[in-house]
Design a binder for this molecule. Structure first.
Ligand SMILES: NC(=O)c1ccc[n+]([C@@H]2O[C@H](COP(=O)([O-])OP(=O)(O)OC[C@H]3O[C@@H](n4cnc5c(N)ncnc54)[C@H](OP(=O)(O)O)[C@@H]3O)[C@@H](O)[C@H]2O)c1
Length: 275
């Protein structure tokens, strides 16, 4: 029963691939450009698949029973058709927990994920906040030992990419597993200030937090993510300033029977990214 991991070089996709491969389950990895496949594990077949080039999908899906895929901005219709034509039994979609929050009707990030969920028959996995978001702080930490954020006391429960992958793997093995599509978070809400402190501890040197105005933060996000996404990120942070605005759930524990990794473990795993 081969599983195709689309986006196998992605942070979460790579853990999905590794967890299935380590368990001895047949897996196939896909990348958009085969010349980038070099760091994938030896012994895993690698194929080319690009959701924006439907002609690449037939061969990638040939003989595949289960698929892991990201909620990518490309039109999901050709992918959905290719999945059906290949006789794939089920698809697990890395979506976003934002689709479950009551106030996100006009939030661009939630809307994009809702659109993909609606267009693609799949089991969604819905993390709310990726611990990896803090990698956006890596450049200024490396260069100046500084993090500049708006709303330093906004609290979220970021989740380790390895834990998101574990829930996706549970969904791949059995999409009826209770809880796989529930709001998925890390263990405890942590303010941005506390997250920066955890990174400094993992680094073994101080990191200064500088508060900036929300408009300045939004402009900085807009430079790499576009204006609409930047506004959506600021909206998440604004809600995270209030109790329950970015909740922590027990979804990971209910699905896997284990506790999710604490943020301090994520910081240790990524200390090299900040050096
Ligand atoms: N930031 C948050 O707090 C948050 C919260 C909830 C959900 N999410 C979701 O998490 C995602 C990020 O996860 P991540 O960090 O694991 O992502 P990532 O490391 O950026 O990996 C994305 C993968 O998608 C693949 N990809 C991109 N375009 C593709 C295409 N046209 N066809 C096929 N594959 C394509 C890339 O493949 P190549 O290796 O071939 O380039 C890459 O491996 C976000 O996009 C969002 O949907 C984020």
């Amino acid at each position: 029963m081969t599983t195709l991991v689309i986006g196998a070089r992605g942070s979460i996709g790579r853990h999905v691939l590794d967890q299935l491969h380590t368990a001895g389950e047949p897996v196939r990895a896909s990348v958009r450009d085969l010349s980038t496949a070099g760091d994938l594990p030896a012994g895993v077949p690698v194929v080319e698949a690009d959701l924006t080039r439907p002609a690449t999908l037939g061969a990638a899906l040939d003989g595949v029973r289960r698929v892991f895929v990201y909620a990518l901005p490309a039109d999901p219709a050709p992918f959905a058709a290719a999945v059906a034509a290949a006789g794939v039994e089920h698809v697990v979609l890395l979506s976003s927990g934002s689709v479950l929050l009551p106030w996100t009707a006009d939030n661009a990030i939630a809307r994009e994920h809702r659109e993909v969920e609606a267009a693609l028959p799949a089991t969604p996995v819905r993390p709310l906040v990726l611990a990896n978001n803090a990698l956006a702080w890596a450049r200024s930490i490396r260069a100046e030992g500084v993090v500049r954020v708006a709303y330093p006391d906004a609290a979220t429960a970021p989740i380790h990419e390895r834990d998101i992958a574990a829930v996706a793997v549970a969904a791949l093995r059995d999409p009826r597993t209770p809880g796989v599509s529930d709001l998925l978070t890390g263990p405890d809400p942590l303010t941005q200030r506390e997250q920066v402190r955890a990174i400094a501890e993992a680094l073994g040197r101080p990191v200064r937090l500088e508060e900036i105005a929300p408009a300045e933060a939004e402009a900085a996000f807009a430079r790499f993510a576009g204006a609409e996404t930047a506004a959506a990120i600021l909206e998440f942070l604004e809600h995270a300033r209030h109790p329950g605005g970015s909740p922590a759930t027990d979804t990971f524990e209910r699905v896997t029977g284990r506790r999710p990794a604490p943020y301090t473990a994520w910081a240790r795993d990524h200390a090299a990214d900040f050096r």
